[in-house]
Design a protein around this ligand. Structure first.
Ligand SMILES: Cc1ncc(COP(=O)(O)O)c(C=O)c1O
Length: 958
């Protein structure tokens, strides 16, 4: 027998088989089941020939996991970890190891989806409630949301919310000139298309200004803290809604913005244990008065009851969000920063109020000691009152001091030609002080200075109000207790570490461990986004490498790595389109065509760009109705700005007319924006550029393996055709792109120049380990798996849309409406019953109400698909018993789902089916049971009795 060659034994493709769920025999079995002779034949039947790529992806061959990790380690090592005292919203922090390992590095937390199926998400919902409570306590406001994307976009959301709640007729939004420059940059971009007039001036001027909103920063970019209460009162008296950008660690010691009179407080939760990561991901917080609940952006977690009367948590007030309100939504925020909010909330749970006071007081003491020493040495401190940051007048020594600090391993804030700034953080120590003394030529006795207990916080600004008094922040302070609390919550949640999450349009594929490992390397974690470029060449190399991969995948020459989510990518793309039109004298083009089937973020985003949404109909096969498109183009020809289209469509088919559709839009002078949510069905087979799009986002948290984090983080970089490239976002503080694009006033869309840079290694690793051929294979098997599920379920649930040759793309829509008409059983009942079978529901009622959309992805093995199929068929058989009158329509396993342990151990069991059937409906369930911890949740009760903070302990006792 011939032995394999060494090259074969090296098995360089090994990761492909780890990522793709099924091996050759199972692939053959699935092909046989769907009646396709081969994978190639299936793809030929599914993907229109006109859009197929002619050549393989120009991406190198696959690399084994350990080799890719070693390569990335070499790249990461090019980053220089210096002590960054730059501040401006990013501070070094100590992630408690128990949180690092058990949340950040734990698939039980990071592979979950946004908690739409609340009954199997009570753990992270409780964690988010802790975050909301912490934010309310520290900001002194009564309602907080469950995170926004970053501090700068939170400022932009504050501006639009101010417009909604303010009664002022003014069109002016006042911005304190001492806000962080990146915040001002993002607010400017946003204000432009809302048509708001920005007034950027010293804070004090806000008192005399007619404005619908005022934005202040406390502490500001120079670290200054001022008592803004009189100023806020004056601005409010003139009808302004006042928002205050603030800092969580400072608020531990400072009077809260709520106590100063602010209507809104927001900022970044980064320094509560989340690494700087070259800019993200970090959770932004956002708080306001409860009366503004319906005007606030982002998701809000609320307390409700389940049908058994027990306390149960879920997302509140969802009717505000874009999936319901579309272009009338408060914002386009969909994916936010749940994992990072949970980490920051847990940081407060672990340290508690006393621990936080110690940490914040130490930071302040070190800052105050440095200020005192500088003053003694003859320097002028330009900042009056401060918490952790101040500016120093350094005169003609500025450059020399900056260089000396750099040589000693410290990055200072470059304020101006004659001043430098410092910001201290949780990691700062007396050793740092000693090193800085050397840099500034100071000789001082730290202990002697400390004896005087210097403070730079005026008595009137010191916090006197209690915070974090709820027991959850006063219990889990030992590592054992914390570990067990985290495990308790994790056990309540169903994530990918338990079973398939077949959410259509969400692409919940494998998030491989090797992809995740680099995220927590200090070479990536401890880098400030505004560190000098020469210190971050590892990051720049990795990002450019990933950009090259994404160029290959999309066919676009330019990649903008700034947007922090798909919806932000949409925004960045539409802004580029608007700027392109304006540059050609076509600024009047303000119509955006959007097919009826589009995701809610599309119209919500179009509206944020000042575009008027015109809906295009879909035909009976789920395709864009070309006749209607032609009509709408003819009607709006001169004003057509763009078409937003998702491909393959959200209806789960590769529409054949897509090239014609793009050509029609181009002929009318419009641009084509492609929503890249379904890119997992394109990679290696076709591409947005081949299809005819001009710009497209890529959800790296779908197609490119960034885990969903229970509701974020994500990354939504965009690819742009050459003519749009000059109009992509840049950044006011740091250069962007490999070539170091300077700020040319295109305006930022995120706080950080490369968005959530520290999760980009995940996508880099995925592509490196799969190689071009592996990526194509993944797409093919994603399509095969969806067709297999469709073929097995079609006799039980009609498949709503198929392509011209009877195939679906990478997902399929199952129609539940006939079942509902016949039995009253809805898609919600099926979703809840799936929990008893150990599965998360597919996507519900999107894009068609009364349906479910299944996307298995390439990573699910046939065995898991078969379990899901068996569950769906068993549920259909339960429904048949209801149809046959064997089970009552209102008292059956579906209507009573999900079933809890309490249900089946209760003495009383009067249901017309037995306990086994309720909780072990198929044999496989017994072996791997997932127990929902609450019964079906009453959403209406929760919204009517809005309560969005930690539950009083008595309720747990009950
Ligand atoms: C089709 C489609 N477009 C846009 C989005 C928004 O993406 P993100 O949640 O990353 O903002 C989604 C999210 O699921 C989607 O499915």
């Amino acid at each position: 027998m011939t032995q394999p060659t060494l090259s074969q034994l090296e098995n360089r493709d090994a990761f492909i088989a780890r990522h793709i769920g099924s091996a050759a025999p199972d692939i053959a079995a699935m092909l046989a089941a769907i009646g396709a002779p081969s994978v190639d034949a299936l793809i030929n039947e599914t993907v229109p020939a006109a859009i197929r790529l002619e050549k393989p992806l120009p991406i190198a061959a696959a690399t084994p996991e350990h080799v890719a990790l070693a390569e990335l380690k070499t790249i990461a090592a090019k980053n220089q970890i210096k002590r960054s005292l730059i501040g401006m919203g990013y501070y070094d922090t100590l992630t408690p190891a128990v949180i690092l390992r058990n949340v950040m590095e734990n698939p039980g937390w990071y592979t979950a989806y946004t908690p739409y199926q609340a009954e199997i998400a009570q753990g992270r919902l409780e964690a988010l409630l802790n975050w909301q409570q912490m934010i309310c306590d520290l900001t002194g406001l009564s309602l907080a949301n469950a995170s926004l994307l970053d501090e700068a976009t939170a400022a932009a959301e504050a501006m639009t919310m101010a417009r909604r709640v303010s009664k002022s007729k003014s069109n002016v939004f006042f911005v304190d000139a001492a806000c962080f420059p990146q915040t001002i940059d993002v607010v400017k971009t946003r204000a432009e298309y809302f048509g708001f007039e920005l007034l950027i001036a010293p804070a004090a001027q806000a008192a005399d200004q007619d404005a619908f909103g005022v934005l202040l920063q406390y502490p500001n970019v120079s670290g200054e803290i001022a008592d803004y209460s009189t100023l806020i009162a004056a601005a409010k008296a003139r009808g302004a809604c006042v928002a205050v950008a603030t800092d969580l660690m400072a608020l531990v010691l400072l009077k809260s913005p709520g106590e100063l009179g602010a209507d809104i407080a927001f900022g970044s939760g980064q320094r509560f244990g989340v690494p700087m990561g070259f800019g993200g991901p970090h959770a932004a917080f956002f708080a306001t008065h409860e009366a503004n609940a319906r005007s606030m952006a982002g998701r809000i977690i609320g307390v409700s009851k389940d049908v058994a009367g027990g306390t149960a948590l879920r997302m509140a007030l969802q009717t505000r969000e874009q999936h319901i309100r579309r272009e009338k939504a408060n914002s386009n925020i969909c994916t936010s920063q749940v994992l990072l909010a949970n980490m920051a909330g847990m940081y407060a749970v672990y340290h508690g109020p006393e621990g936080l006071k110690t940490i914040a007081s130490r930071i302040h003491r070190i800052a105050a000691l440095f200020a005192v020493s500088l003053k003694q040495a003859g320097f002028t401190i330009k900042t009056g009152a401060f918490f952790d940051s101040f500016d120093i007048a350094t005169g003609d020594k500025t450059a020399a001091l900056f260089a000396a600090a750099d040589a000693a391993g410290y990055n200072l804030r470059q304020v101006s030609a004659d001043s430098l700034g410092v910001s201290f953080d949780e990691t700062s120590s007396p050793d740092d002080l000693a090193a800085l003394f050397k840099v500034f030529g100071i000789s001082a006795d730290i202990a002697a200075l400390d004896a005087a207990q210097p403070s730079a916080i005026p008595a009137g600004l010191q916090r006197s109000s209690a915070f974090l008094t709820h027991p959850v922040f006063n219990t889990h302070h030992t590592e054992h207790e914390m570990l067990r609390y985290l495990k308790k919550l994790q056990n309540k949640d169903l994530a990918l570490d338990h079973s398939m999450i077949s959410l259509g349009s969400c692409t919940m594929k494998l998030n491989a461990t090797s992809e995740m490992i680099p995220v927590t390397w200090p070479e990536f974690g401890r880098i400030h986004p505004f560190a000098p470029r020469e210190q971050v060449s590892g990051y720049l190399d990795m990002i450019e490498g990933l950009a090259d991969y994404l160029r290959a995948v999309t066919g676009f020459p330019a990649i903008c790595m700034q947007p922090n989510s798909g919806a932000q990518g949409e925004y960045a793309g539409l802004v580029a389109i608007r700027r392109y039109h304006a540059a050609r004298g076509d600024a009047h083009r303000d119509i955006c065509l959007i097919p009826k089937s589009a995701h809610g973020t599309n119209p919500a985003t179009a509206q944020m760009c000042g575009l008027e949404v015109v809906v295009v109909a879909c035909d009976d096969n789920g395709n864009v109705d070309v006749a209607d498109l032609k009509l709408k183009i003819a009607q709006h020809k001169d004003k057509l700005a763009a078409l937003m289209i998702t491909y393959p469509s959200t209806h789960g088919v590769f529409e054949e007319a897509v090239k014609e559709i793009c050509a029609l839009v181009h002929a009318a002078g419009g641009q084509v924006y492609m929503d890249g949510a379904n890119l997992n069905a394109q990679v290696g087979l076709t591409s947005p550029a081949t299809i005819g799009a001009d710009v497209s986002h890529m959800n790296l948290h779908k197609t490119f393996c960034i885990p969903h984090g229970g509701g974020g983080p994500g990354m939504g970089p965009i690819g742009l055709a050459a003519h749009l490239a000059p109009f992509m976002a840049d950044h006011a503080v740091a250069a962007t792109g490999a070539e170091g694009r300077a700020h040319a006033g295109q305006g930022a869309v995120s706080a950080a120049p490369f968005g959530s840079a520290s999760i980009l290694p995940i996508s880099w690793m995925y592509i490196r380990m799969m190689g071009g051929a592996g990526l194509k294979q993944a797409t093919e098997i994603a399509i095969l798996n969806a067709n297999y599920v469709a073929s097995q379920l079609k006799d039980h649930y009609p498949v709503l849309y198929v392509g011209s040759q009877g195939r679906v793309a990478h997902e399929c829509i199952l129609d539940i409406r006939p079942i509902k008409a016949a039995t009253g059983i809805s898609e919600v009942d099926i979703a809840k019953r799936l929990m008893d079978y150990g599965f998360h529901a597919p996507t519900m009622s999107f894009p068609v109400a009364g349906t479910i959309m299944v996307e298995p992805t390439e990573s699910e093995p046939k065995a898991e698909l078969d379990r899901f199929i068996a569950a769906m068929i068993a549920i259909r058989n339960e429904i048949r018993r209801i149809e046959a009158g064997e089970l009552p329509a209102d008292n059956n396993p579906l209507k009573n789902a999900p079933h809890t342990q309490a249900d089946v151990i209760s003495r009383e069991w009067t249901r017309p089916y037995d306990r086994d059937e309720a909780v072990f409906p198929l044999p496989y369930v017994r072996d791997n049971k997932f127990w929902p911890t609450v019964n079906r949740i009453d959403d209406v009760y929760g919204d009517r009795n809005l309560f969005c903070a930690c539950v009083p302990m008595e309720e747990y006792a009950g």
